[in-house]
Design a protein. Sequence first.
Length: 86
Amino acid sequence: MNVGTAYDNGKKQVWLKLDVPAGSTVRDVIRLSGILDMFPEIDLETQRVGVFGKPVKLDAEVKEGSRIEVYRPITADPETVERKDR
């Protein structure tokens, strides 16, 4: 089954295509992709993941053509950051 994995740490972004066995979960795909080795700062216990922009759990089963995304943590609270004049 062909799927993709994407991550952007603010400095570098990657999108990897890979072939995984049917029945693979989001966690399986992330591990098989090697993205955890490329970005050791990823912590799957705290960071959210999604498929095509929709948050999902790590044990969600992926479908053919899915794009699994690992979201980086929010570093600023938009409600407390001052707005810049344009």
